[in-house]
Design a protein. Structure first.
Length: 146
């Protein structure tokens, strides 16, 4: 009780109560077929963890490459020359391989970026998120129909 008194009254016991979810696992000891299934799942966890670690390493490598090549490249878009309003919602460039702006617009370097600024390679954390978004193909429908 002294430990809780030193922590104070702001200490929240919800995390300790969450352990109660594991109580039904006691029932596994009474049913042999569930023991086999649970042991199989536990045996498969180590290889799955190793595969997940390998996948994270691959994502990290592509994220580092993306940071090197694309840092700051997703913050330019086409703005109208007369009004100054954004004319398009896609990145642009001024040289030939990039998407060029139509007439009456110019490629300006102030834009939060695609997907409300989440999709970029400006730092390693956003780069990992962007690579993960690419491999899961999240948001491809928006790109397809725009």
């Amino acid at each position: 009780m002294k430990i809780l008194a030193t922590v104070g009254s702001d200490f929240d016991l919800r995390t300790l109560r969450a352990v109660r979810v594991l109580r039904p696992l006691k029932l596994v000891s009474g049913i042999p077929s569930l023991q086999v299934v649970l042991k199989s799942i536990m045996k498969a966890m180590v290889p799955l963890l190793q595969i997940g670690l390998l996948l994270f390493f691959a994502i990290l490598m592509f994220a580092i490459i993306g940071v090197e090549f694309y840092m700051g490249k997703f913050h330019t878009t086409c703005f109208n020359v007369d009004t100054g309003e954004r004319a398009a919602a896609f990145p642009c460039g001024t040289e030939a391989p990039a998407r060029m702006c139509p007439n009456g617009t110019e490629c300006t370097e102030y834009w939060i970026g695609p997907n409300y600024g989440i999709t970029n390679f400006d730092n390693i954390l956003f780069a990992v998120l962007t690579v993960f978004q690419c491999i899961t193909m999240e948001g491809w429908v928006d790109i397809l129909y725009n």
